[in-house]
Write a protein that binds this ligand. Structure first.
Ligand code: SF4
Ligand code: SF4
Length: 198
């Protein structure tokens, strides 16, 4: 019994002259460990591919496609998020979403507890089906590098970005080879190739 008492006394004296282990938060700055995982924050580099939506274990990321306005919105719902960091880990671009050290997430309205990222949708010029987001197609094109010019979809979108070509005005019948030069979904593109080879 003698030794523990002495040890406690030593500890008490030492703590009198050392910095407190606790902080004064919320009256002062909270000290956050550099590896602390706060909340997922979408970044500019997010291409709206939706991979994290499918992977999220808490079903906390919502994907809304607005075909009429060609807009895709991804919403991270913090009232459902379990801060596991999986969306950051599996992100296609590796930095489309980052865990930031923000832990003060309390609020009065659930609808405010979220963060959004908007992307532009690219639709098939024949059937109007969603192909992907423009950001995703351009990102894939960058990955492929010079070889992207061999893919008419990449090429078409790139030329549109540069303002060199516009949306086609003529009626697409999927029976001419030059139909491959418009933006088509895989199904319509397949149809052009079949019709052209007949
Ligand atoms: S941190 Fe985890 S729970 Fe939260 S949005 Fe990302 S994957 Fe979902
Ligand atoms: S780029 Fe990353 S963060 Fe953006 S939707 Fe795809 S997986 Fe999610």
């Amino acid at each position: 019994m003698k030794y523990p008492k002495l040890r406690e006394l030593k500890e008490a004296i030492r703590s009198l002259f050392s910095k407190p282990a606790t902080t004064k938060y919320p009256f002062g700055e909270a000290e956050i460990h550099p590896r602390f995982k706060g909340k997922p924050m979408p970044q500019e580099t997010c291409i709206g591919c939706g991979a994290c939506v499918n992977w999220c274990p808490a079903d906390a990321i919502e994907l809304i496609d607005d075909v009429k306005n060609k807009k895709r919105t991804l919403i991270w719902h913090y009232d459902r998020c379990i801060m596991c960091g999986e969306c950051e880990r599996i992100c296609t671009t590796e930095d489309g979403v980052k865990m930031v050290p923000d832990f003060a997430l309390a609020g009065f309205k659930r609808e405010n507890l979220c963060e959004k990222k908007e992307c532009e949708l690219v639709l098939c010029e024949n059937c109007g089906e969603i192909i992907a987001t423009k950001e995703q197609i351009l990102w894939c094109g960058e990955k492929v590098g010079e070889k992207q010019t061999a893919n008419l979809g990449f090429l078409n979108l790139k030329l549109k970005e540069l303002g060199i070509v516009e949306d086609t005005k003529r009626k697409i019948k999927l029976d001419r080879r030059d139909d491959l030069f418009v933006l088509l979904c895989p199904k319509c593109r397949h149809q052009v190739i079949i019709n052209d080879s007949l």
